[in-house]
Write a protein that binds this ligand. Structure first.
Ligand SMILES: [Cu+2]
Length: 82
């Protein structure tokens, strides 16, 4: 397993956080999904074969925008999503 951290844009309330959490949990191979609404962050444990792009795709399908946190699990570093 590897720890993956994502920045999540667009969450405004606990309901949003819950939707993002469920979206991430729906990706096969993920565990321990935790979404922090205040920080706009999600962290989870993922099997090695889980691609960050799969996770981002699931977040997008739920209606939010995710980006890898620079430095975590070899994701492509990106600028701040302002
Ligand atoms: Cu909401």
């Amino acid at each position: 397993m590897k720890t993956v951290e994502l920045n999540i844009d667009g969450m405004t309330c606990g309901h949003c956080a819950r939707l993002v959490e469920m979206a991430l949990q729906s990706v096969p191979g993920t565990e321990d999904v935790q979404v922090n609404l205040d920080e706009g962050r999600a962290s989870l444990e993922a099997a090695q074969e889980v691609e960050v792009s799969q996770l981002l795709g699931a977040v997008e399908k739920a209606g939010y925008r995710g980006s890898p946190v620079a430095g975590a699990s070899g994701g492509t570093p990106q600028g701040p999503g302002s």
